[in-house]
Ligand binder design. Structure first.
Ligand code: FAS
Ligand code: PHB
Length: 398
């Protein structure tokens, strides 16, 4: 129990985590007149220093605009009507907009988080940064408490509901009793080495996914002057093992000649290795606690789905909580976990499939390489197969 010096705050929804999921939920609730308090472990600057996702599905763009936070996204986001896939040095284009009438948008997660933080600050409602020792209590009681200590001292947030938007390593999922929680996981035997560089993108109108004998590579962007590239690397590698020169030398042979010729190299402004895993926690609700985003699931970034899944959860959860707070109806909150998981597992499958298709695994032999090539030939040999891929990549309906 907190000591008497603990300051108390009262709200309708306590939100743990000020990443995209937590801040977007706060924005959607605020727009509907529902009050929230956000509790974040790190500082604002630390959260903004993370380089993560870069591609938004159409439904994510619509949700962000609906939350009233889409002005810069619509002004600066870059539409990608299709996507390119390279195999054996040969690039093929998949035109999503022609096939399914939808497309994606290139807009960095860092910029989205900045927009959401600015919108949160404009509401004048509390966001408690640098909160340590966060604990969630009362999940099955008539009200829930979030305790912690921030630079102003100990605090307790009293709320009707709590949203665990605190990512894979957060406290919310761990607040669900072990006998209630079921987790499902697959860890991949390689990582992604990512580089951010202030150079013009080699492919400004489509992400390029490359399958090659040397391993997977990806060409993306953040703007017309800032590029994001990845190469598959062994899990045992450390960032210090990779000079910029070694990175560029590894990237180019994995691409087709046209894309490789368009790559402008330059000094990295960020370089990091991300492990790849598929992970799902069920259920996404326990009493007054709801999980959303990476707190509940992780996908390998091959399908550009992590951030988009978080947005989809938040859209469902916001609608459910607004309904409960306004009309008292529990229909939305009672069905949230089941409805979210139904879409999550379909996206988990797509991300797993794309990862197994485009990467070299330790046991990838000549036979499995031929199967990977045949799978891609099946895809590009059939408009129906391409439409199915486009449906998944452009974003399943929420
Ligand atoms: P986040 O992890 O973004 O945010 C959770 C927040 O909760 C963090 O700010 C954290 O500090 C805070 N927190 C944690 N514990 C807490 C506690 N105890 N108390 C209070 N706050 C706490 N997705 C893509 O689509 N494409 C990509 O290329 C891509 N690359 C990625 C690279 C890396 C290294 C990682 C880790 C993820 C990547 N992702 C990518 C996925 C990523 O974008 C997530 O899907 C997205 O950040 C999900 O957002 P949130 O659910 O808000 O979780
Ligand atoms: C990115 O721009 O960081 C990005 C794009 C597509 C992916 C993964 C990451 O599948």
């Amino acid at each position: 129990m907190p000591d008497s010096a603990s300051r108390t705050l009262h709200t309708q929804v306590a939100i743990v985590g000020a990443g995209p999921a937590g801040l977007l939920l706060a924005a959607l609730l605020h727009k509907a007149g529902i009050d929230s308090v956000v509790v974040e472990r790190q500082s604002r600057d630390y959260v903004l220093s993370r380089i993560r996702a870069g591609i938004l599905e159409q439904t994510s763009v619509d949700t962000i605009v609906q939350a009233g936070v889409g002005a810069r996204l619509m002004a600066e986001g870059i539409v990608h009507p299709g996507v390119d896939i390279v195999a054996g040095g040969h690039k093929r284009h998949l035109d999503m907009h022609r096939l399914v009438g939808r497309q994606v948008m290139a807009y960095g997660q860092t910029e989205l988080t900045r927009d959401l933080m600015d919108a949160r600050e404009a509401t004048d409602r509390p966001t408690l940064y640098e909160a340590q020792d966060v604990r969630i209590e009362g999940l099955l009681d008539s009200a829930v408490q979030v305790h912690g200590v921030d630079p102003q001292g100990a605090f307790t947030v009293h709320a009707e509901w709590v949203a665990g938007c605190d990512g894979f390593h957060g406290v919310a999922r761990r607040s669900i009793p072990a006998e209630v929680l079921h987790t499902f996981e697959r860890v991949y035997p390689f990582g992604w080495l990512g580089v951010l560089a202030d150079v013009p993108p080699a492919s400004p109108h489509a992400v390029v996914y490359a399958q090659s004998d040397e391993g997977f590579a990806l060409c993306s962007m953040r703007s017309m002057t800032r590029s994001r590239y990845y190469v598959q690397c062994p899990l045992t590698d450390r960032v210090e093992d990779w000079s910029d020169d070694r990175f560029w030398a590894a990237l180019l042979p994995r691409l087709d000649p046209q894309t490789a010729a368009a790559v402008v190299t330059g000094p990295s402004i960020e370089k990091s290795i991300a492990p790849l895993r598929s992970f799902v926690a069920e259920p996404m609700r326990h009493g007054r606690l709801f999980l959303a985003g990476d707190a509940a699931h992780i996908v390998p970034p091959t399908g550009a789905k992590g951030l988009n899944l978080a947005v989809a959860d938040v859209r469902l959860l916001a609608e459910a909580l607004i309904d409960r707070c306004r009309s008292g109806s529990a229909t939305g909150i009672d069905s949230y976990s089941q409805r979210a998981l139904q879409r999550i597992w379909r996206v988990e499958r797509f991300s797993w499939w794309a990862t197994t298709l485009l990467h070299r695994f330790p046991d990838t032999d000549a036979f499995s390489q031929r199967l990977q090539r045949a799978e891609l030939d099946e895809l590009f040999g059939s408009e129906r197969a391409q439409a199915h891929f486009a449906d998944q990549y452009a974003g399943l309906p929420i």
